[in-house]
Structure formats: structure tokens, C-alpha cells
Design a protein around this ligand. Structure first.
Ligand code: NI
Length: 185
């Protein structure tokens, strides 16, 4: 089922999300719906706050970015109750966008390597290190469960330049190709 994506301005995007436990109602179904919603919107990651749930859950699918003539590097995973343990390596710039902030893209600088602890769908604990694009997508989605958006990492000048656009998104004054839920003006 495709779920509406909560747009910039929705308070849920600014909350620090809560851990869940094994009793969480139909977690498998929710994760399936999040993958479907993400794919429909042509995203490579989606966090639960973006579908209105303030819980520490996000999905990542960078397998879509694998090229047929290169070794596969992508991952497809759900991260439950994640904790970022470390960020290291040289900062690098990569263009980010966000399904909650349509039509805005910006070069964002982040460290190249991360170490993260999380539970998978079978509630098995993992402690893993990622780099490159996988790290980048995880950093972006992890921010979402901490109430942080990629625009928060933009340089102040660039951030000022998109202020008007952000106000429009808040009001739903934009065209979107997948279902979204806006804060009404
Ligand atoms: Ni995002």
C-alpha cells in the first residue's frame, strides 16, 4: 500500500523518534508499505517520520543504483532502533534530496564512513560499518529519526535562497506525482 508522504512543515518531521519493541503492530506490513511508498516516489530511502510515525525505523534501497557492469555495492535493508555509533573519514560532497521536500536538491558535506548499530526485521542486532553512497543514504535517513532534515546541513546563504520554496512546500503549493500530506495554511 502506498502511504502519503508527510511534507516539510509537518511537526512529526522535527521530533526525535522513539524505539519500538517486538509487539509493534504489523511491523512487517509497515516495512513492506514503506518500501512500496519509497519506490513509488523514486526514493532510495524512507524514514518512518516521513509517513507520520515517530518511530526509529527507516528503509534503504541503494541496490537500485547498482550498475549492471560493476560489482554490486547496494544494500536493501530495514533499520530498527538504530544508533549511529561513529562518523569518520574525509568529508565529501554529494547531492541530496528528500521525498518530504520535493524539488529541492543541494550539495551536502558529510563524513564518508559510519558505524551503526540496529536491529533487523528478525530482531537480530547488527553493528556495521558503511561508506560511500550507502553511508550517505543511511546518514540522511538516520537524521530523519533524530528530527533533522538535509536542509539543516545547507550553507546559510543557500538555505536563504530556498526559503520561499520551502514556504510553498509547507502550504502544499506545489505539484507532486505521488501522494503527500501537507500542513494546510
Ligand atoms: Ni529525506
Amino acid at each position: 500500500m502506498i502511504l502519503p508522504i508527510f511534507a516539510f512543515g509537518q511537526p512529526v518531521l522535527r521530533k526525535v523518534a522513539e524505539d519500538i519493541d517486538q509487539d509493534y503492530n504489523d511491523l512487517e506490513g509497515l516495512i513492506e508499505n514503506m518500501y512500496e511508498t519509497m519506490r513509488n516516489a523514486r526514493g532510495v530511502g524512507l524514514a518512518a517520520p516521513q509517513i507520520g510515525k515517530s518511530i526509529r525505523l527507516f528503509v534503504v534501497d541503494t541496490q537500485q543504483m547498482d550498475k549492471p557492469d560493476e560489482p554490486a555495492k547496494g544494500i536493501k535493508k530495514a533499520f530498527i532502533n538504530a544508533r549511529l555509533l561513529d562518523e569518520s573519514g574525509d568529508p565529501w560532497v554529494y547531492e541530496e534530496g528528500c521525498l518530504s521536500i520535493p524539488d529541492i536538491h543541494a550539495d551536502i558535506e558529510r563524513k564518508s564512513t559510519i558505524r551503526i548499530k540496529y536491529l533487523d526485521q528478525d530482531w537480530k542486532e547488527h553493528d556495521e560499518t558503511y561508506e560511500g553512497v550507502n553511508a550517505r543514504v543511511i546518514q540522511h535517513e538516520y537524521d530523519h529519526i533524530e528530527g533533522v532534515l538535509f536542509i539543516d546541513h545547507m550553507r546559510p546563504l543557500k538555505r536563504r535562497m530556498i526559503k520561499g520554496k520551502l514556504e510553498k512546500i509547507k502550504k502544499g503549493d506545489i505539484e507532486v506525482s505521488s501522494p503527500m500530506r501537507f500542513v494546510k495554511a
